[in-house]
Unconditional design. Structure first.
Length: 362
C-alpha cells in the first residue's frame, strides 16, 4: 500500500470531486493492457462459473430446498457483477487506450455542482449501485445461509417448520430490495455525492463533492456500507460459533460412545436430536464462504474509512476493489471442493451428452 496522500481537485469552485493525479506507473499503456487482460479473464471466470453453478442447482432436487434457493440467489448476485460491472470497466479502459478524450463518466470530467443539481445521467449511476447492491446481497445471503444451517444443526426436528421455502423466498426478496436501497442511500440521503469512474480503482465508485477543497459535512454517510457489512459478518460469525460449538459437542460424545467411555443410554439420551452429516458439512462449507468474503471485503472497509477522512491510496484502492470482485468466482470453487452433491451434479452435467440409454439391457 502506497503512502497516503490527500489530493484536491484542480478547479477552485464548489462541487469538485477528490481526483488523484494519474501517474505513468498507474495509467501507462503496459499497465492498462495488463489490467484489461485481467478484467477480461475475471469476467469470463465469473460468468462461466456462476452459469455452471446455476445450471447444476436448477437441474437437481437440492435446488428446490431453502438452502438451494439461497445458493441460487448468491450465484445470481455474483453473475451480475461479471455481466455488468466488470465488462463496463473493460469498455472504459479500452476507450481510454484508443481515444485521447476520456468518457463523460470518467473522474472529474462531468462533475455536478452542489448548487446546480445532480447533472446529466451517465452509466456509472447504474453500474456503481449494482456493484454495491450485489455486494450487500452476497453478505446478506451468506448470513441467511448460516442461520438456515444453524437451525438444521441446533433444532433439526423443527427445521422443516421454521425454515420453509416461502419464508426463504420472502427473505431473499427482502434482502435484494434492502441491499439495493442501501446501495442508493448516499444519493437519496444527500446531494454531496456523485458516481464516477475512478482512475485508481478502475471502477464506478461514490465520490464526495468537495466544497472549497473540503469534504462535505455528511461525507461519513459512506460508512453505512462497511457498518452494514461488518454487522452482518459479526452476526454470521456469532451464529457459526454456536453451530460449530454444537457440532464439536456432538462429535466429542460420538467419539466417547464409540470408545465405550460413555454408556449407550447416556450417549443417546444426551443427544436425542443429532444433526446429519450433510448438515454438518454444509455448515462448514458456509463457514468457508464467510471467511472468504470477510477476507475479500476487509480491504474495501479500510479504503472507505480512509476515503471518508479525505485520503486516497491509488494502488491500494485497485487491489481492494478487484479482490472483492474476484470473490464472485470463488463460490463455484468452494462448492466443487466441499459439496459432494454439487460435484455429482457437475459430473452429470458434463456427461449428459455421452450417456446413452441401453434398451437391450435389463
Amino acid at each position: 500500500m502506497e503512502t497516503a496522500n490527500q489530493t484536491t481537485s484542480e478547479s477552485q469552485g464548489a462541487g469538485q470531486t477528490l481526483a488523484p493525479l494519474c501517474t505513468a506507473h498507474c495509467c501507462g499503456l503496459l499497465n492498462q493492457t495488463l489490467a484489461v487482460m485481467f478484467m477480461v479473464s475475471l469476467a469470463f471466470a465469473i460468468v462461466v462459473g456462476n452459469v455452471v453453478t446455476l445450471t447444476v442447482f436448477m437441474q437437481t432436487r437440492h435446488s428446490r430446498t431453502p438452502q438451494g434457493y439461497l445458493k441460487v440467489s448468491l450465484a445470481l448476485a455474483d453473475m451480475m457483477v461479471g455481466v455488468l460491472v466488470v465488462p463496463f470497466s473493460v469498455y472504459t479502459e479500452i476507450s481510454l487506450m484508443v481515444t485521447s478524450t476520456p468518457p463523460v463518466w470518467y473522474q472529474g470530467i462531468s462533475t455536478p455542482s452542489l448548487e446546480g443539481g445532480s447533472g446529466p445521467w451517465q452509466p456509472c449511476m447504474l453500474i456503481g449501485p449494482v456493484f454495491a447492491g450485489c455486494t450487500f446481497v452476497s453478505i446478506s445471503t451468506i448470513f441467511l445461509m448460516t442461520v438456515e444451517r444453524s437451525v438444521a444443526i441446533l433444532r433439526p426436528l423443527h427445521k422443516d417448520t421454521l425454515v420453509t421455502r416461502h419464508r426463504t423466498l420472502f427473505l431473499i426478496v427482502l434482502s435484494w430490495a434492502g441491499s439495493f436501497l442501501l446501495a442508493m442511500a448516499p444519493l437519496m440521503l444527500s446531494s454531496s455525492f456523485t458516481l464516477e469512474y475512478n482512475e485508481c480503482s478502475r471502477m464506478c465508485n461514490y465520490a464526495p463533492l468537495l466544497i472549497r477543497h473540503q469534504l462535505p459535512p455528511d461525507a461519513n454517510i459512506l460508512l453505512l456500507f462497511p457498518a452494514f457489512d461488518f454487522s452482518l459478518l459479526g452476526g454470521t460469525l456469532a451464529v457459526n460459533i454456536l453451530s460449530f460449538t454444537s457440532i464439536r459437542r456432538y462429535s466429542r460424545k460420538r467419539k466417547l460412545l464409540s470408545e465405550g467411555s460413555l454408556g449407550t443410554d447416556a450417549g443417546v439420551g444426551s443427544c436425542p436430536h443429532r444433526p446429519s452429516f450433510s448438515d454438518i458439512k454444509a455448515a462448514k462449507t458456509i463457514g468457508i464462504l464467510t471467511f472468504a468474503f470477510t477476507a475479500s471485503f476487509s480491504p474495501i472497509a479500510v479504503f472507505v474509512l480512509g476515503n471518508v477522512v479525505g485520503y486516497t491510496w491509488c494502488n491500494f484502492s485497485f487491489f481492494a476493489f478487484w479482490i472483492l470482485t474476484s470473490n464472485s468466482c470463488c463460490n463455484v470453487i468452494i462448492y466443487s471442493v466441499r459439496d459432494h452433491r454439487f460435484r455429482k451434479g457437475l459430473t452429470l452435467l458434463f456427461q449428459r451428452d455421452r450417456a446413452q440409454p441401453h434398451p437391450d439391457k435389463s
